[in-house]
Design a protein around this ligand. Structure first.
Ligand code: IPM
Ligand code: MG
Length: 356
């Protein structure tokens, strides 16, 4: 197969982790007889420096004309005070919106080799952590009307949160379909005791549930969910929630696996084209030191193969290689513990390539 991939390296550790993921993809292409062609697109802080905007039109064009997008990370303190309209994060939000990527899948899965890295008590970890957060990605308060204006002699800021039924229906279907392929247990998270958007969310998810009689659906309030994730994470299989709740809960979920650097994500819309990125940020403090962990990005590339290119064997080969390297005791700085072998970002890439 021939696939064109738009590559956004971004800021901080972005370029170094994406480089390793591309080497892994090249190895997969060589082994399985595919051709991956990369087109680089500038976005984020580096694009602000070079073009005066975090998302040049040409970059967006490349995202809309490819088979999928692989992204490293964008942003950093250097651009904290730029105009909100051109902030690095704005590039990410615009790409998501313009590509129609309403479903963001973020797995929270403990690698057994890294169990001791979890901040949770061992007895809780031993019950198992393996769930998936399905986050609505192009609606809610992130994309509502916003303004800051003077009212009665002081500034007043407003961010509007809205959801319409079709936005809830489509993400609910993704969640139910995902649950069907996993443990058939879906927890829909909302704040229906307070918010209208949540009440509509709950009602709509329940309506869609009738199409999926095999899935066991329950509802959980978002504050309670935040608590349950650290109290008994083993109860979760698939979690579906709106944009901002999903943003917050997915950070919490990733942290309890002890290895935010290991976790990939996929963002999909109606077609097969998606955007794939590690869930961690650009970590400017360690950029260029070799301390970055490329595994989250490498596993994101593996997700791309599976979900967008229908390359299951290829994706499995990458995951198996990652597991093998962990079994052999190799660790990047973020997951290093005594008795294991510390390697740099590029050495980790080498090891995974060698094992495919
Ligand atoms: C994420 C990030 C983004 C978000 C930021 C960078 C805009 O936190 O992907 O979770 O809030 O969606
Ligand atoms: Mg986030």
């Amino acid at each position: 197969m021939k696939k064109t991939i738009t590559v956004i390296k971004g800021d901080g550790i972005g370029p170094e982790i994406v480089k390793e993921a591309m080497r892994v993809m090249d190895r997969v292409a060589e082994k399985f007889g595919h051709t991956f062609t990369y087109q680089e697109a500038a976005a984020g802080g580096c694009a602000i420096d070079q073009y005066g905007t975090s998302l040049p039109a040409e970059s967006l064009e490349k995202c809309l004309n490819c088979d999928s997008v692989l992204l490293g990370a964008v942003g950093g303190p250097k651009w904290d005070n730029v105009d909100p309209a051109i902030r690095p994060e704005k590039a990410l939000l615009t790409i998501r919106k313009e590509m129609g990527l309403y479903a963001n899948l973020r797995p929270a899965k403990l690698f057994p080799q890294l169990a001791s890295a979890s901040p949770l008590k061992q007895s809780i970890v031993d019950e198992g952590i393996d769930f998936l957060v399905v986050r609505e990605l192009i609606g809610g308060v992130y994309f509502g009307k916003r303004e800051t204006k003077e009212v009665d002699g002081e500034l007043k800021a407003t961010d509007e949160m809205s959801y319409s039924e079709h936005e809830i229906e489509r993400i609910a279907r993704v969640a139910f379909n995902t649950a069907m392929k996993r443990g058939k247990k879906l927890i829909s998270v909302d704040k229906a005791n307070v918010l209208d958007t949540s009440r509509l969310w709950r009602k709509t998810v329940e309506r869609i549930a009738s199409e999926y009689p095999q899935v066991e659906l329950s509802h959980m309030l978002v504050d309670n969910t935040a608590m349950q994730i650290v109290k008994r994470p083993s109860q979760f299989d698939v979690v579906v929630t709106e944009n901002m709740f999903g943003d917050i809960l997915s950070d919490e979920a990733s942290m309890i696996t002890g290895s935010i650097g290991m976790i990939p994500s996929s963002s999909l819309g109606e077609g097969t084209r998606g955007m794939y990125e590690p869930i961690h940020g650009s970590a400017p403090d360690i950029a260029g030191t070799g301390a970055a962990n490329p595994v989250g990005t490498i596993l994101s590339a593996a997700m791309m193969m599976k979900y967008s290119f229908d390359m299951d064997a290829e994706s499995d080969a990458v995951e198996a290689a990652v597991n093998k390297v962990l079994d052999q005791g190799y660790r990047t700085a973020d997951i290093y513990t005594e008795g294991t072998k510390q390697v740099t970002c590029s050495q980790m890439g080498d090891l995974i390539v060698e094992n495919i």
